[in-house]
Design a protein around this ligand. Sequence first.
Ligand SMILES: N=CN[C@@H](CCC(=O)O)C(=O)O
Ligand SMILES: [Zn+2]
Length: 407
Amino acid sequence: MAGEHRLLLHNAQQLVLICTKGEKYLLQAGMQNLAVLDNASVVIGKDGCVKAVGHADAIRRQFSEASFEKIIDCSGKCILPGLVDAHTHPVWAGDRVHEFAMKLAGASYMDIHQAGGGIHFTVEHTQKASEEELFNTFRHRLLRMLRAGTTLVECKSGYGLNLETELKMLRVIEQARQLLDSNISSTYCGAHSVPKGKNATEATDDIINNHLPKLKELNLNGEIHVNNIDVFCEKGVFDLNCTRRILQAGKEIGLQINFHGDELHPMKSAELGAELGAQAISHLEEISDEGIAAMASAKCAAVLLPTTAYMLRLKQPQARKMLKEGVIVALGSDFNPNAYCYSMPMVMHLACVNMKMSMNEALAAATINAAYALGRSHMHGSIENGKQGDLIIINSSRYVLKLLFKT
Ligand SMILES: N=CN[C@@H](CCC(=O)O)C(=O)O
Ligand SMILES: [Zn+2]
């Protein structure tokens, strides 16, 4: 029987399952006690899903008569589920290296934004760029992410702001979804900034009256597949009221709420997200105690972004307090022209050093919990029967050594 199954990975020194009971997310206790098998094997079926996983001897017995298209000897190596990056801005043109110099000289993120730079600078360049140019740079970035172990990545629009360019970005994301190996969760982020010539209320009206109906139409006829709606809820950008209106309207057309909140100023974004049934909120450096409690009881994931606090010299998000209070903590790279990091191993490393997460907590946050933040943990984020067989093999006998220590 030739190639009855697609793949056998056998004899791994460590096989990091993450969890084993179909958990949709892990809270602190579960994150600290990840499921790991020593001397184990995994079988991937023709459909690309996990068929069996277990101790090497048991798999050998169970599949003694079976044939495989490919067999990889993983002796001395570790197998993990593909990493999940729950927050990126990967489609854009025009670099912002000049702003790094301004920041090093003391300018804040908002100083640059209010002077017309930052997101506005990227919008200007992205509006002018062709779809082909955007696709080519995006493709390169996704491949770099894949090489660093990311197999599911959230990708935002948000450097268009006008309908035409937002749709151009979403088409580019759609093209990558169809042509490349990475799994993508696509996010409409037309409220990433208030476009020049409009105030926040006018921009909000434009999004609700013009952008969202068009997205609904294109989603329904299958031209694009947008999964999430995002808003930059921040002082001087979109206030709580505009944010509420946009997120609510997005939810009404079937999008999951997943937005930027409580980053530079306390906005009560966490409380709003919990109230609206958000799947996730990102950043949260300035979250209130009430916001932490509300997110814990609403099962709304906190997507923490260690590169942002590092690059902008912000205070660190309170990962330890969130974990203690029962929040589902996930991680993202926040890859964008201001935080140029493709690597989830580096993000996990920063989460350990700067946010005081343990190595196991960081790995759970970059796998099952990041998948939950995207509403995809039924198929991604752990190695369990029936889930997508996106795996990484690392050339190390202990996963902590190579993945979290030597990033
Ligand atoms: N804070 C808003 N958005 C991005 C930054 C985007 C940009 O500066 O281009 C973030 O998540 O960090
Ligand atoms: Zn962001």
